[in-house]
Unconditional design. Structure first.
Length: 436
């Protein structure tokens, strides 16, 4: 993926899913590489000069956006066959430590270039992040943590500008950082900043997601000294420099959950051959309680469901709790389950904005604050709806699998940010889903 020849990259002429019910599903799919890992691994490539190779990188729009961010910073990125992404990072003096607004506003995860740029260049200028709109997600945790490591910040004209003692050859300094909340992206940013900082950095109340551990694994392959990744306390001993490495991206647990949920809502049997059950323990418990039979296969997971689902109460929590990204999928299952389920959103206050779209399809949902009461109905009704973000868009497509008549999900480009080919994967399982 080179800069030239990209004029049509973010134009989406085919921007709706057309869904018809077509009975139970059957077949095998792959989740592919995790979006929330691949983007951070790409940012980590900024930490070392040379050729980096990332395997199992998904072909999704967010990866394309991060590619453009890296290229704007001075790196070159090339997509190879079979999910290989090659990043060539120049010497520090040739990097351009400024991430422009027109790219960062498209994707909130772009903020994770801040830590690597401060570590490598001693200064950085990054636009305030954009991305999915489901509530305030301030970057205060990033700035306070990096500030404890010696960075000074000012915010002006929509940009965050950071500097380490005047920049140049100056290094960040190890520190003990206690996060007020176990933010995934803040943990990533601090982890990448710490690997070449002088001394020891301890991150307390760190995010525990598998994608954080995946980033730590890649950084370790590059020469970093990290212990505790995947726990709430990460310790990093700074090293003088890193080397490029080759790394395979961990499978996407949210995409895997989407295909398991498709089997749950439409019935039938689906195998997600690269799903990691150890990354999805709480979700699998909830699916089992709702009547979905989930078994481990030699390489992944098999989900089977017959008859009507049972309602269940759900509360989102930081990992290893039920991820907020799972919630739209689970709410969709509850809309056709037997009984009443209470859903509590503890992560993002605005993440019930897709509920009105499900109501258009006949769902019985009442919301109050960060709670939703979902009373299951026997069947939904097809309707024109709109995808407000990645996961809600996928959930609306799943709702169409059990809705009488045709469901048209507009703004499908949101889904393309996190799914390589959702329509094609569901068709391979027997679903009637097209792009139009």
């Amino acid at each position: 993926m080179r800069r030239q020849g990209r004029a049509a990259r973010h134009t989406w002429p085919v921007d709706s899913f057309l869904v018809h019910p077509n009975g139970p599903l059957s077949g095998t799919v792959r989740a592919g590489g995790a979006k929330n890992s691949a983007l951070k691994l790409m940012a980590a490539c900024l930490l070392a000069e040379g050729r980096h190779e990332l395997v199992n990188v998904p072909r999704i729009v967010d990866v394309e956006i991060m590619t453009e961010v890296l290229e704007a910073l001075g790196a070159s990125v090339e997509r190879r066959p079979d999910g290989l992404l090659v990043v060539d990072t120049p010497p520090a003096a040739e990097l351009v430590p400024e991430a422009p607004y027109e790219l960062v506003e498209k994707m909130r995860a772009s903020i994770v270039v801040l830590g690597p740029l401060l570590a490598r260049c001693g200064h950085a200028r990054v636009s305030m992040p954009g991305g999915d709109d489901f509530g305030a997600r301030p970057i205060d945790f990033h700035l306070s943590g990096l500030g404890a490591m010696g960075a000074e910040f000012r915010t002006a004209h929509g940009y965050v500008e950071g500097r380490v003692d005047g920049g140049g050859a100056c290094r960040l300094v190890g520190a003990r950082v206690v996060l007020e909340y176990p933010s995934h992206t803040a943990t990533d940013n601090l982890l990448m900043a710490a690997v070449t900082a002088k001394g020891t950095t301890v991150i307390e109340n760190a995010a525990r997601e598998p994608e954080v551990a995946d980033l730590a694994s890649y950084l370790t392959a590059m020469g970093a000294s990290i212990s505790g990744a995947g726990t709430s306390r990460i310790e990093v001993e700074g090293v003088d420099g890193l080397e490029p490495a080759r790394h395979r991206v961990v499978p996407d647990r949210v995409v895997a959950a989407t295909y398991l949920s498709a089997a749950a809502v439409a019935g039938g049997e689906v195998v997600v051959e690269d799903a990691r059950p150890d990354h999805m323990d709480m979700l699998l418990r909830k699916l089992a309680t709702m009547g979905v039979v989930v078994d481990m296969t030699p390489d992944g997971l098999r989900a089977a469901c017959q008859g009507r689902l049972r309602s269940e109460d759900i509360a989102t929590l930081p990992y290893p709790g039920v991820a907020t990204d799972y919630k739209p999928l689970l709410v969709t299952l509850l809309t056709v389950a037997d009984g009443v389920g209470i859903v509590t959103e503890n992560i993002y206050s605005g993440r019930f904005r897709y509920v009105d779209e499900l109501r258009r399809m006949g769902a019985d949902i009442r919301t109050e604050g960060h709670h939703a009461v979902v009373r299951g109905v026997p069947r939904l009704s097809g309707a024109p709806v709109r995808a407000p973000d990645i996961r809600a868009g996928a959930a609306l497509v799943l709702a169409g699998l059990v809705a009488e008549g045709r469901t048209e999900v507009a703004d499908a480009h949101h889904v393309d940010r996190g799914y390589e080919d959702l329509a094609g994967a569901l068709r391979s399982l027997g679903a009637c889903v097209e792009r139009a």
